[in-house]
Design a protein. Structure first.
Length: 911
């Protein structure tokens, strides 16, 4: 038996039985022959751990804290019946470095000399300033740890021509969390870059992740694990979409990236939160609430493929989803098929049943939900082999009834997978967990991720486990196992031991301690050696790294415990040089000035003009540059029933209610439709929200109803403009001689600008048809209306020319014309007030406003939370001044030129 660090009582009994008939050879890695001899006379019987007499025989503090498993293994072997003969194989003496001295003391079980007290003579050995055999690196978070490790390894390889990647071993207690970071940090180079390409030398290192879980390399095992999780889960929207994104499931249902993005939108719009159906919510006592389940959402999606939502017709409890067109029918069917098959499998996994029934259900789950390419057939073979091995191991016990928890425990190790030996000793730099190579000597051993709380593992005691509260010597303890692994790693390093941990929070920069065993190592270092400058030895051993790889300290001489620069990152070096020289003034969005005229042709679309007036900067970025400034991050899918609504969700309900009421739907029909959309909180909370929305909408309806006596008319437009182009478009919503529009939003500048552009176009093309444009919206205390009265057709044509000129300028550069702030400025200036007063009014509308400095399009052009002064810097241009105006700034000139005609034609009424 080769290399065990722990043997159970049963295993020792088996070995003893074999020893009665055959010679049994145990090759044991043990940290200290001296300790073995000291423990041997005391290891006569198996005691309770709390009364173990061998614990007092240990002299070195690290052997006492890290080597309990090795000591208890000796006790377990001593209890075996039969003759036992020990033979120690002597190792070569370690070098005279700090690491070598630590290893020598451990093997000799010799306690460190200790820090002298008072006038005592300091018997600690001197620590050479150049001794870097044991180094602890403290970094900011996991990603920075891996970056630091890369630079450390490059430094060691550069300093020693005889050192090769195969001489280096990197061990990490949480290899799965660090695997993506390691792949990104070490494996970006593809190997076919040109010779003059700038590539980090760390990208050319031969690195191999040796023992990742097979669940990471075999997605079918991951699918089985996911099914066992879903078996008693709430089956949230995110969980099902995550399942759909697994490679085998995607292949089975032919989902591509566009499909998954489309499905996500449907799930959000249809109101799916959690639960397959109402009955699936019974364990949570919510079986009476059918809304926001997968069944309710799928009914909406499938019904939307056949019916439109406009007429508010529903089938049963399902209101059609309006975002499903004819090209989506197949996609919607595949989603429904996935959820239906998943529900069937989860029903089979939700009951207690025999082992063979469990395995059959899981096997059917693979058949129903997954598919693999022919070249990946090994994945299915491996998954089925894991299930068949469980069936064979069960033997005559296959009829035993098992619960879901039992099956999870039964399959945990098999679904985790066992790594093969092919990933080790391949000549590359090996990265693995702490177990496989724990005692194999390497010239350089690196321990990554020894963070406080992550290492060693915690081992909670079950409340009904009486034996675990007072264990015997030799019983398994995860914390002791991890500590023993650390001790083995210390002794396996022949030249260098590198420990990397999180030493500071990457967000707050607050200091964080290393794992407790690392702190114990540093304590022993302080007690073992002394420095020439009188500092504690740990201050020489511990290197604290800056947060960013481009920090100048990474490139200074002797800055981070090495001779010369620490980092090999040329890209980060350029960043460090820029940081040293300071930040210059931020470049303007268009350093070379406005873009050349885009050549819009002979026509101007009215819709394009309205789109520009509502948000000039957005129009420039999207229509001219084709840039969509998305939200900073995608909101996570909601996973709970709605209890309260955000402002945007409440607005959507109110807007839908208002439009339905204007289309002639009674209030009761709107109420029923909102319940079926799934956006409302259930029960009394939802009824209260509907009542509040109704109180806001119905006054608007009553106010606008007198204006709706005539049926709506639609007019096609073709207006010759002063510059020779033609404005074309369509305007609807004309009721008699009025252009009428009602919005649930608070009546704002963009609504009035839309009405103004449409009114000018109608007046210029069809003189006398429309006498006014009335726009209604919510105010602070009730409905508010804006009434615009046009002048003659020629004035309307000239007004359209002004708007078209602003559009042309706004598509060549981002104009300093935010509509909210511009309207406030023009309002004040029109009354004859000073430019200073107008600026203050504009600043109040700009600062902290979602339409001002918080707008993501404005932030993209002028910077996040830019002050209004940024927009006021540009001086006015002569051809942008309003009639009779003399504004000092371009912002002021554009604001007045846009808003003066509208304000002169407008009357407002608050009701």
């Amino acid at each position: 038996v080769f290399g065990p660090t722990r043997l159970s009582t049963d295993q020792v009994a088996v070995l003893a039985a074999l020893g009665a008939h055959r010679d049994v050879h145990l090759w044991l890695p043990h940290p200290s022959p001296v300790l073995w001899e000291a423990v041997a006379p005391l290891a006569t019987t198996q005691h309770r751990r709390r009364t173990d007499p061998t614990a007092a025989a240990v002299r070195h503090p690290l052997l006492a804290s890290l080597g309990r498993d090795a000591r208890e293994l000796q006790v377990m072997l001593a209890t075996a019946q039969g003759p036992v003969r020990d033979q120690h194989h002597r190792l070569a003496d370690p070098p005279g470095t700090l690491l070598g001295r630590l290893q020598h003391d451990l093997r000799a079980d010799r306690p460190p000399a200790g820090v002298p007290l008072g006038d005592q003579v300091d018997q600690r050995a001197p620590l050479a300033p150049t001794d870097r055999s044991l180094v602890v690196h403290a970094a900011h978070g996991r990603a920075r740890q891996v970056e630091v490790l890369r630079e450390v390894l490059l430094g060691l390889l550069a300093a020693d021509d005889t050192l090769e990647p195969r001489d280096v071993l990197v061990m990490c207690p949480d290899i799965e969390s660090y695997a993506p970071l390691l792949s990104a940090t070490f494996g970006l180079a593809s190997g076919d870059e040109p010779d003059d390409a700038v590539v980090h030398p760390g990208h050319r290192l031969r690195v191999r992740l040796a023992d990742r879980s097979l669940r990471q390399t075999n997605p079918l095992l991951a699918t089985l694990s996911r099914l066992l999780v879903l078996a008693d889960a709430r089956v949230t929207a995110a969980q099902v979409l995550d399942l759909a994104a697994l490679a085998p499931v995607r292949r089975r249902f032919r989902f591509d990236d566009q499909d998954l993005e489309r499905l996500r939108g449907w799930v959000v719009d249809s109101g799916v939160r959690w639960g397959l159906d109402a009955a699936h919510r019974a364990p949570y006592s919510l079986e009476g609430i059918a809304q926001n389940t997968w069944q309710a959402g799928l009914d909406r999606i499938l019904l939307g493929a056949a019916m439109a939502e406009d007429d508010l017709r529903w089938v049963g409890l399902a209101l059609p989803l309006d975002d499903v067109d004819s090209s989506d029918v197949d996609r919607a069917g595949r989603l429904a098929e996935l959820v239906d098959r998943l529900g069937t499998i989860l029903d089979r996994l939700g009951i207690d049943q025999p082992v063979d029934a469990w395995l059959a259900a899981l096997s059917d789950g693979l058949d129903e939900l997954t598919a693999v390419a022919e070249s990946d057939g090994w994945q299915l073979t491996q998954a089925r082999r894991q299930l068949s091995e469980v069936a064979e191991a069960a033997g005559a016990w296959q009829a035993t009834m098992l619960s879901l928890a039992d099956v999870r425990v039964l399959l945990a190790d098999r679904l985790q997978g066992r790594p093969t030996r092919a990933g080790f000793r391949t000549g590359t730099l090996t990265v693995c967990s702490m177990v496989p190579m724990r005692s194999v000597p390497h010239r350089v051993v690196c321990l990554l991720g020894l963070d406080d709380g992550a290492f060693p593992r915690t081992s909670g005691v079950d409340g009904d486990d009486v034996l675990a509260r007072d264990p015997l010597v030799g019983e398994r303890d995860r914390r002791s196992e991890d500590r023993q692994l650390l001790l083995d790693a210390i002794l396996a390093a022949t030249e260098h031991l590198v420990i990397v941990h999180t030493g500071a929070d990457e967000r707050t920069n607050a200091r964080r301690p290393p794992a407790v065993p690392v702190g114990e190592i540093l304590d022993v270092v302080d007690q073992s050696v002394r420095t020439r400058d009188g500092r504690r030895a740990r201050e020489h051993v511990v290197v604290r790294h800056p947060l960013q790889p481009f920090d100048p300290r990474n490139f200074s001489t002797d800055g981070l415990g090495v001779v010369g620069p620490f980092s090999f990152d040329t890209a980060a070096l350029a960043g460090a040089r820029a940081a040293v020289h300071g930040r210059g003034p931020a470049p303007t969005f268009l350093p070379a000035g406005p873009l050349p005229d885009g050549g819009g042709g002979t026509q101007v679309a009215l819709d394009d003009l309205v789109y520009f007036l509502e948000h000039p900067v957005r129009a420039f970025l999207r229509r001219r540059l084709g840039v969509l400034v998305a939200e900073e991050e995608q909101d996570p899918l909601p996973e709970s029933l709605p209890a309260q609504l955000e402002a945007l969700q409440r607005w959507a309900i109110g807007d839908q209610w208002l439009q339905s009421r204007l289309d002639g739907v009674p209030a009761s029909g709107c109420r029923d439709a909102e319940w079926r959309r799934g956006a409302l909180p259930p029960g009394a909370i939802g009824r209260r929200v509907l009542a509040e929305v109704e109180l806001e909408v119905e006054p608007l309806v009553r106010t606008v109803e007198p204006l709706l006596a005539h049926p709506p008319s639609v007019y096609d437009l073709s207006v010759p403009m002063p510059d020779g182009r033609v404005l074309v478009g369509t305007v609807g919503g004309v009721r008699g001689d009025r252009l009428v529009r009602a919005v649930y939003s608070r009546l704002g500048p963009k609504h009035r600008l839309r009405a103004w552009a449409q009114l000018l176009a109608l007046t210029a093309c069809h003189p006398g048809i429309v006498g006014s444009a009335v726009t209604l919206g919510r105010g602070r205390a009730g409905p508010v209306s804006s009434t615009l009265v046009p002048s003659d057709a020629e004035s309307a044509r000239l007004g359209l020319g002004v708007l078209a000129d602003l559009l042309d300028r706004g598509l060549n550069e981002p104009l300093p014309l935010p509509v909210q702030a511009a309207e406030a400025y023009a309002q004040v200036r029109r009354t004859g007030d000073s430019d200073w007063g107008a600026r203050e009014a504009a600043r109040r509308r700009w600062t902290g406003s979602f339409d001002g400095d918080q707008d993501r399009y404005h932030a993209r052009v002028w910077g996040s939370a830019a002050p209004l002064e940024t927009l006021l810097m540009a001086p006015a241009q002569a051809d942008e001044q309003p009639d009779g105006g003399n504004e000092p700034t371009r912002f002021g000139a554009l604001a007045c030129r846009l808003w003066y005609p509208l304000l002169a034609a407008e009357t407002t009424d608050a009701r």
